[in-house]
Structures are given as structure tokens and as C-alpha cells.
Design a protein around this ligand. Structure first.
Ligand code: SF4
Length: 219
């Protein structure tokens, strides 16, 4: 496909990308199992450098052992680290989770807050985590989740030229309608896992193929 020449063509191409994402991933949602915003916050912290599948194996036992933020606030990080060992980087994650629990209990009455500003005061919650929790648990479109998949695919689709996740997010929220921010993140993360993988994208069956002019596209 030729690059769009002007703003009107770029807009038309983006609308077609969104239509095709809807067709490919109509039911896209967060893959981390959770029953509350707090559980999603913990699962998201655990998912750094770890697969969602592994996190989903760990969290049922974890939430049975520590059912509330108060329980997490009361545990010592070195004890919690042993419970989450299999997710990797467990010492740092344990410190973040206990810190987050203390903040949620001490400052927010035991409830995960609903604004980006407040979320960013929670240990272990940068914009990516905050967007996941606000978007998925509360349905609040605070921005676009930019993880490794979203970053890679936004580049391949020429929706950004930036490499810093915060700048990529700024580029995406500028061009995407706000009511697509949450869905777009889920769909693109699924696409990154299913077809548009880092090393060998499966461009043949990809419905975005006619709209994609990525340099590393496989024809
Ligand atoms: S055509 Fe290939 S590189 Fe482009 S979005 Fe699809 S899978 Fe990714």
C-alpha cells in the first residue's frame, strides 16, 4: 500500500484499520483474570516481564491467601515475594504490591482510585498500569495502554514515529477517537500475540495487510 498523502487519506486509512481490528478481534478484552479493580492492579503489576498465562496461574492462590488490600498491606514484602516467585522480578514486584496496598488502604479507603492523577501516586503504577486498571476495571478511557505489542504495531502501522511509550500514547490519543482508546489497546495486544509478532509477523492472514507498509512486513 502507498503511504497516505494528506490528512484526509490518513484519517480514512485509520478508520479502515479500526474497522478491520473490530472484524478480527470483536471480543478483545484484558486477559488477566480478576474480580475487582484491586485484583487487576495486582495482576498488572505481576505481568511485567511475565506472561498473562503465568500470572493467571499465580493469582487464584494469591487472592485466596490475601483476599483484601488490607491483607496485602499487612504482609512483609519478603514474605509476599515467595508467593509470587514464579512471575519473576519478585522482590521488586512484592515491594510495589505492598506499597500499593498501603497507599490504597491509607489514602483511598481501600478502593483503587478512579483518576490517572491518583493512580500515578500508587507504587508500581505507571501510565501503562493505570490505563489498564482504569480502562478495564472501571471503563474509564484515560488513555491508551502502550506495552511492547502496542508500541511495535503502532510503529509498523506508522501511527507514531516516537519510541518513548508516553510519547507514543500522546500520538495515539491524538488520532484515535476517545471511545476507541480502551478497545484499541486490547485489540492491538491480541494482534501482537496472534499475528503481528515481534520476530516473524504472519502478514499473509492479517486483514491489515492491504493497509500496512511496515518495512519488516512479510509479503
Ligand atoms: S501486515 Fe504484517 S506487519 Fe502489518 S500489521 Fe499485519 S502482521 Fe503486522
Amino acid at each position: 500500500m502507498k503511504r497516505p498523502k494528506n490528512a484526509a487519506e490518513r484519517k480514512q486509512r485509520l478508520e479502515e484499520i479500526l474497522r478491520r481490528l473490530d472484524h478480527m478481534y470483536p471480543d478483545a478484552t484484558c486477559a488477566l483474570h480478576h474480580t475487582s479493580p484491586w485484583e487487576l492492579l495486582v495482576a498488572t503489576i505481576l505481568s511485567a516481564q511475565c506472561t498473562d498465562k503465568r500470572v493467571n496461574e499465580v493469582t487464584p492462590g494469591l487472592f485466596a491467601k490475601y483476599p483484601t488490600p488490607e491483607d496485602f498491606a499487612a504482609v512483609r514484602p519478603e514474605v509476599l515475594a515467595q508467593d509470587i516467585k514464579s512471575t519473576g522480578f519478585f522482590n521488586n514486584k512484592a515491594k510495589s504490591i505492598v506499597g500499593a496496598a498501603n497507599r490504597v488502604v491509607g489514602e483511598f479507603g481501600g478502593k483503587v482510585p478512579r483518576t490517572m492523577e491518583e493512580m500515578l501516586t500508587i507504587p508500581g503504577a505507571a501510565r501503562k498500569t493505570a490505563n489498564v486498571v482504569l480502562g478495564t476495571a472501571y471503563g474509564i478511557a484515560s488513555g491508551v495502554v502502550v506495552d511492547t505489542h502496542v508500541s511495535r504495531i503502532a510503529h509498523r502501522l506508522d501511527l507514531t514515529r516516537n519510541t518513548d511509550p508516553v510519547k507514543i500514547e500522546q500520538d495515539l490519543v491524538k488520532i484515535l477517537p476517545a471511545d476507541r482508546w480502551i478497545r484499541f489497546s486490547h485489540q492491538v495486544i491480541l494482534h501482537g500475540r496472534a499475528l503481528c509478532t515481534a520476530r516473524s509477523p504472519q502478514c499473509g492472514p492479517c486483514e491489515l495487510n492491504p493497509l500496512c507498509y511496515a518495512p519488516d512486513k512479510r509479503v
